[in-house]
Design a protein around this ligand. Structure first.
Ligand SMILES: Cc1ncc(COP(=O)(O)O)c(C=O)c1O
Length: 317
């Protein structure tokens, strides 16, 4: 007798319930599809090195940023960050997640409330909230990224606040990525309208100068203030004794840097090996980037007790 393995259903958390992810349907009238009026987070859970299930990295900080982003678009999240921590842990356990997993909460404008006239707006439009998870390990090649300083400029905060992770704004990032790919590169480095560096398409950027100093654009430079960025600033101070300079970074500094690396939940810590087809430093991951990446890896997998408060445990079922 043969038995056929049946894949366990994957659950999503949708409008207050755990449902099979494949059953979630949205009508074409969904407002966020038309106007980009949604906010989201990208969060990672890592398999702990000690085999005791998963740990979600800086979950509270991500959920608090989600709440702030939602506020920018006048979306009232139906749960507090504390409640959402429990929901995320529950979802991972229901999905039997036992390896590195990406978690994607999404809050979005849904339908015009009675009496709200047709048109683009925020008030008078209801919201919905969904969380999905997907199994996902590291996806950036270990050898690093070839980047292009894109001709597509970053939308300034004066137009759309860059501190909020708003779905519609990612059309800007997608255009920059296409521009970089058309030129044979992996990712785009985006300048602001003042001509200084802002960030990459889904990550923040750090520059190591020839004198060993480390700089990154400040939060006022139209960037998303990344949670990995804050993590790296803290790790560099505590583990390396290096104080990161948060200050404007010019394209000339990028071209002259000893090392450049990007930081983000998705890309983790990735060396930039070339910019506009010219090698950065040796054209390989530099010493600061490599050491930082190893430290980050140890922290997220639970091998550094000093940073245990950054990890939310997800015990195995
Ligand atoms: C545009 C942009 N900048 C920076 C980041 C890095 O943010 P974090 O480190 O919080 O993932 C991301 C990823 O979320 C992003 O999409």
């Amino acid at each position: 007798m043969t038995t056929t393995a049946v894949a366990a259903p994957q659950f999503a958390f949708h409008n207050g319930e755990f449902v099979e992810a494949g059953t979630v349907r949205l009508p074409p009238s969904t407002q966020a599809l038309h106007y980009g009026t949604g906010v989201f987070e990208g969060i990672r859970a890592y398999a702990r090195s000690d085999g005791r299930g998963l740990a979600v990295f800086r979950l509270r900080e991500h959920l608090e940023r989600l709440e702030r982003s939602a506020g920018t678009l006048r979306i009232q999240l139906p749960f507090t960050p504390d409640e959402l921590i429990g929901i995320v842990v529950d979802l991972l356990r229901r999905n039997g997640s036992d390896g590195d997993t990406y978690i994607r909460p999404l809050a979005y404008k849904f339908a015009l409330e009675p009496g709200t006239p047709f048109g683009v707006r925020l008030s008078g439009v209801s919201g919905q909230f969904t969380i999905n998870t997907v199994r996902m390990g590291s996806y950036v090649p270990r050898e690093g990224l070839r980047c292009k300083v894109s001709s597509v400029r970053r939308v300034p905060s004066a137009s759309v606040p860059s501190t909020a992770k708003i779905t519609g704004i990612y059309a800007n990032n997608a255009l920059a990525v296409e521009d970089a790919r058309a030129d044979g590169c992996d990712d785009a480095l985006m300048l602001g309208i003042d001509g200084n560096l802002t960030e990459a398409s889904t990550s923040n950027v750090f520059v190591v100068g020839r004198d060993g100093s480390v700089a990154t654009p400040p939060v006022t430079a139209d960037i998303l203030p990344g949670i990995t960025r804050a993590t790296v600033i803290e790790l560099l101070a505590r583990e390396f004794g290096t104080a990161v300079e948060e200050r404007p970074v010019t394209p000339a500094e990028l071209a002259d840097a000893q090392e450049v690396f990007t930081t983000g939940t998705g890309v983790e810590i990735s060396p930039v090996t070339s910019i506009d087809h010219r090698d950065v430093g040796t054209g390989r991951a530099g010493a600061v980037t490599a050491r930082l990446r190893d430290t980050y890896d140890e922290v997220v997998h639970g091998r550094r007790a000093a940073y245990a408060s950054w990890l939310t445990p997800v015990p195995p079922l």
